[in-house]
Design a protein around this ligand. Sequence first.
Ligand code: NAD
Ligand code: UDP
Length: 353
Amino acid sequence: MKREDFANGAAMKRILVAGGAGFLGSHLCELLVGQGHHVTCVDNLATGSLRNVKALTGSNRFVILKQDICDPLPEGFMVDEIYNLACAASPPHYQADPVGTMMTCVVGTNNLLALAERCDARFLQASTSEVYGDPEQHPQREDYWGHVNPTGPRACYDEGKRAAETLCFDYLRAGRADVRVVRIFNTYGPRMRPDDGRIISNLVCQALSGEPLTIYGTGEQTRSFCYVSDLVRGLVQMMGAKDNPGGPVNFGNPGEFTINELAELVLKITGSTSELTLHPLPVDDPQRRRPDISRARELFGWQPEIPLVEGLRPTIDWFAGETRKGGRAVPSGAHLARETAGRLPEPVAAQRH
Ligand code: NAD
Ligand code: UDP
């Protein structure tokens, strides 16, 4: 099959999605297969699951290759586009194997970039708001260089992703591949793992099971939450744009919430009477996070459509199904990375809202 083949009136492409069995990757694969493309999902299933792509396995336009992107891809493999989403994204998961996280970002990304060069394929790198670290500028624009601790427990991810961006822009500058970099801000939705350890999965699972909601620090730190369908739509738009943006582009929902506000919202929607408990703030936890999405708006006319209160409902329904199957929230953060599911550090204070 060639690039010129057509399905449903649109150009059919051979697309590789690295990390396609993960949370974001599986939604992306679904969208691409739905558009008529041939998708190969390359995933080592470290944090992803075949369940996430089960519905796609019936399609003759979807293939799964179980492999680590740090290993060379099969020779003769040809693709038109590569999305690199392979990398654990939740702090407890990426900190559980910090060297593996760094290698995935650097060696794995380099392998995929080399494949893009060989195939003359377009390449999209899933970078992250974590490249801004604990930001001193607010909201975060793409020209901000960030404030990252290079030796702390989050560094394997933050610096790994920064190094991956460096590789991407070196390939682009050298004319070796058409490389695009998206900086994704906190994204949530169905198919997040209950044991993911991130804020939405933890709070929702705790609220649903009547356990105390775990608030790290004062809960006054902020995040901006983007619903998954908004995000993957943006990824496809950026990959499809005729002109290369030439620099990174932020994708996220600019609505900014404190963790306490999020907890209240989760309690309200679930109708849970769970209490809030305060726990130590993980090392290097960023205090404020909100994307400036002017670039994505100007370049692609992209902006999120689903507000948090709306996106939380299907997300809660998803977790309700998962918790019925026995899924549990786990602690997050550097000092908690090796804790086992359900074991939390001692609360430092407790409050009822
Ligand atoms: P996820 O953990 O659900 O998905 C990552 C996928 O990559 C999993 O299926 C995992 O098995 C696979 N993977 C990990 N290491 C691999 C390797 N070495 N070789 C092959 N496969 C490997 O996480 P997610 O939330 O879906 O995030 C996807 C991507 O988006 C990540 O690169 C992450 O850094 C980025 N991102 C996500 C968010 C978010 O809020 N979800 C925010 C910023 C950036
Ligand atoms: N957080 C929290 N309770 C939890 C999990 C996370 O208060 O059970 C906090 C965490 O300290 C951080 C914010 O919520 O300030 C978002 O954490 P997450 O792990 O979701 O993502 P990231 O820190 O990578 O943005």
